[in-house]
Design a protein. Structure first.
Length: 105
């Protein structure tokens, strides 16, 4: 005799179990199709792009001063038609999605 009107089935069927997919098999383009992944990458890339890249030269007395050399110029204007914010945002997105970013001077 049952105390309650229905019995409950709590076992998992074999069809309910999905195989484990390693993260290394997920391509960045596939990951960006997930709205949560896209939002996280965009927030982090935009936050990194909002920080200015400033180069300093260390002086002999231990202080530092702002440098105005070729490296500073490349960071200010990385390429024709590319802003510093777009440059940093792209590098950050590559770091997040691929695990590395390669920048050429």
């Amino acid at each position: 005799m049952r105390l309650w009107g229905r019995s409950e089935q709590r076992t998992l069927a074999a069809l309910d179990l999905r195989p484990f997919v390693p993260l290394s098999t997920i391509a960045p383009a596939t990951a960006l199709q997930n709205g949560d992944v896209y939002a996280c990458v965009r927030v982090l890339a935009d936050a990194a792009a909002s920080c200015p890249l400033v180069t300093y030269r260390r002086l002999e007395d231990g202080n530092r001063r702002r440098a105005s050399n070729r490296t500073a110029e490349l960071l200010r204007a990385p390429a024709e038609g590319t802003t510093q914010a777009a440059f940093v945002s792209t590098a950050m997105a590559h770091l997040l999605l691929h695990g590395n970013a390669y920048l050429g001077k």
